[in-house]
Write a protein that binds this ligand. Structure first.
Ligand code: MTE
Ligand code: MO
Length: 204
């Protein structure tokens, strides 16, 4: 189902008036950036598991996920390799709506996104909420292609692209922050594009 533009929530302006973060160039393409192969996923066996420090652990099938309230978020996308793709519309389930279902415990302030293929990335819960984080199935009105994370990816507009986990299959709530795949390999833990948090501070 296509959303009408008036239903698209605009991700908050992080740049205080600037459109493109420092050190980025705008591309009109939608490049694919993946470490490793694109996983093959079967919707019949697809699951999204939400676990860790939550009141209600959940394991959703695709049918169950599809039945959750659906929203659209309009946001720019910034990859640490310096391309920015502006004005994307992502459709799926808002991270904030998912939280209402699982009710994180007060100490579960960090999340780890887990993916088919083994990729992980970490975030403070606040970052995913503030930036209008969304679990997206569609991009610009079309289902995601396999390379872009079909059937479901996380999108966190206020962080560099590597935090937007493709092929997501798990969200773990944690009391302590723990680095994900790129965060242990030199990429900045916080990853705010407006602060150019690309690499570990000691490498910059
Ligand atoms: N599972 C998984 N998610 C991932 C990646 C990856 O390698 N594996 N790459 C990240 C990086 S570095 C970026 S910039 C974006 C790119 O998304 P795109 O390929 O849809 O443009 O996905 C992120 N999510
Ligand atoms: Mo990236």
């Amino acid at each position: 189902m296509m959303k009408r533009p008036d239903q698209i929530k605009k991700a908050p302006d992080q740049g205080h008036g600037e459109r493109v973060p420092p050190g980025q160039f705008v591309t009109r393409k939608f490049p694919v950036l993946t470490y490793g192969p694109t996983p093959r996923i079967d919707l019949n066996s697809w699951r999204l598991r939400i676990f860790g420090l939550v009141e209600e652990e959940l394991e959703l099938s695709w049918e169950q996920f599809k039945a959750l309230p659906w929203s659209a978020v309009g946001a720019d996308f910034h990859c640490v390799t310096q391309w920015s793709a502006l004005d994307n519309v992502w459709e799926g389930v808002l991270f904030s709506d998912l939280l209402k279902l699982v009710k994180p415990k007060p100490e579960g302030r960090y999340i780890m996104a887990h993916c088919y293929g083994g990729y992980t990335t970490n975030l403070p819960l606040e970052a995913a909420l503030e930036g209008h984080g969304i679990l997206a199935h569609k991009h610009d009105g079309q289902e995601l292609t396999p390379d872009h994370g079909w059937p479901l990816r996380l999108v966190v507009p206020n962080r560099y692209g590597w935090k937007s986990a493709k092929w997501i299959n798990g969200i773990e709530f944690m009391a302590q922050d723990r680095p994900g795949f790129w965060e242990v390999r030199g990429y900045n833990n916080n990853a705010d594009p407006w602060k150019e948090e690309r690499f570990w501070p000691e490498l910059a």
